[in-house]
Design a protein around this ligand. Sequence first.
Ligand code: NAD
Ligand code: IPM
Ligand code: MN
Length: 350
Amino acid sequence: MTLIAVLAGDGIGPEVTAEARRILEAVRPGLDYQEAPVGGAGYLASGHPLPEATLDLAKRSDAVLFGAIGDPRFEKLERALRPEAALLSLRSELGLFANIRPATIFPALASESTLKPEVVDGLDIVIVRELTGDVYFGEKGQRTNAAGLREGHDLMRYDESEIRRIATVGFEMAKRRKGKLCSVDKANVLETSQVWRDVVTSMAADYPDVTLTHMYVDNAAMQMVRAPTQFDVIVTGNLFGDILSDQASMCAGSIGMLPSASLRAWSGDTGMYEPIHGSAPDIAGQGKANPCAAILSAAMLVRHSLDDEASAQRIEAAVAAALDTGARTADLGGNLSTREMGDVVMRALV
Ligand code: NAD
Ligand code: IPM
Ligand code: MN
């Protein structure tokens, strides 16, 4: 039996995950689903954002379909009890160091981006974001310093092996695509980035088919809106990848369009699949959220954890066909509800 853990989470998480699950059930009948609370929902259910039973379920599942976490009610809790802690723990406990965030423009959306159509037309980027290191997981704390002032710190660090394994994913991905890998760092200022750049550079000789370039993250942010189609594969650290992928989402039309896969192996292993967006408290409970990012995450789930490329393409084609009919949620200027958008994608499945 193939077990899918459904961790819908908070805010719009349950709304968009319901649509993703519906599509998954239609495309791959017979999978076993188990739901468990996570994030604010986990805290409410059992006093911890990642209840033990939820982590256990994730560990023994073949794949995790994740919604979103985050709830303003819990922002004042100590960090370990906040919803976000659950997501970070899941990533590190499952060893999901490689976060694949594709940003592609569906043809129907090219003229609807906030950027000019000629700027985003043909957009097809994959951001390979390291997911279990960097400032996210370095030593952190707060204290009162000698001047009596409150002070906070978060250590940025990567060692060579962490850089090598994520860069390998970037090189391999580029090899299978247009052969262009752009490594994004801040090596002009940060020692962490200098090690990053040195390691990535030292690997280039093993990939003669890949053209490696380096870009500072500030320039990359600018290039992402100036000429985003120059990029093929971007490999970068946890924090820079987080920021650049939200930015890339707007090149694709909306943050509601970008899926992700968090992996420890390319295929046939437990992975976690989630939209890149958050719980969107401003629209939660209103049925306004765009479910496409969640649905496209389900496509990545079947592609990577179930080794089923045909079903993945079937889901992606259905999203494209749904958008071709003019179906849009509010983020893309339309008036369909989350459920109605899911219905259109469902009907577009062939
Ligand atoms: P967010 O991504 O939740 O929302 C940013 C903006 O985008 C909001 O205006 C929201 O309405 C809109 N938006 C997001 N997803 C959408 C969708 N599918 N359809 C239409 N509009 C959408 O980011 P935020 O507001 O900075 O964070 C809210 C909460 O979510 C915080 O608690 C944050 O920590 C959490 N968060 C969680 C994840 C995750 O679970 N992976 C990711 C990002 C943020
Ligand atoms: C994401 C989110 C998370 C991150 C937060 C909620 C921990 O922004 O998945 O992009 O920063 O990785
Ligand atoms: Mn993010």
